[in-house]
Design a protein around this ligand. Sequence first.
Ligand code: MN
Length: 259
Amino acid sequence: MSNLMNELAVRLLSGDVEVIDLTQVLGPDTPIIHLPEEIAKNSAPFSMEQISKYDKDGPAWYWNTMTMGEHTGTHFDAPIHWVSGKDYPDGGTDTIPAQNLVGPACVIDCSAETAADPDYLLTADGVKAWEAENGEIKAGSWVLMRTDWLALMGRDNFLNADDTGPHSPGPTACCINYIIEKGVMGWGVETVGTDAGQAAMFETPFPAHSLMHGANKYGLASLMNLDKLPATGSILIVPPLKIENGSGSPLRVLALKAK
Ligand code: MN
């Protein structure tokens, strides 16, 4: 085992193992989800207030106070985020085992389908077709839905909403049930939330939330750069902030991949 870590260290330092940043910039313009005012309260957007900047309030240091919702920008969804996962004693950002926060990634490329139809839904059959080419999804893996969404829509149209609501890709309930059967660790997307824009209207509403969190599994939203990852063979590093009883948190998402 020590050989393995030595080898990794050598390869990291030589650049043979690359670190890929899958994180969007977190700032006042970071797109956040918007719920209809008549059904729910919304989250505050990101804001930052300066405490000092090498000035009278702190002569040699610069720092800020931040305000944001837990589910802002590139962020982690913990099981207690959803009512279906509320009773898991290890389902909050402070109680999730650290071992669960580093693991292999399976990247399913749905970018062409999404470019043709922003409401594209990945089904269980779509996942099985990916497995036929890339091998079976192993227990403990993260499944990431690549859509190139930020490049396709830009920050200004990230929600892609009209008077019928947001239009963005996501999984069907059968897709989520299938990956839960496989024993995956989590589900990640490049859109604002882990579910499709129209998922409130599904027969099983918000399946990536209700089913995944009901099974004590995790979500990642607003990822980017999934086009830089291979279909298999990369390692994802996704530790949320250790917020006491937190339902989720912004985070820096990194992936390791061999060159
Ligand atoms: Mn979330």
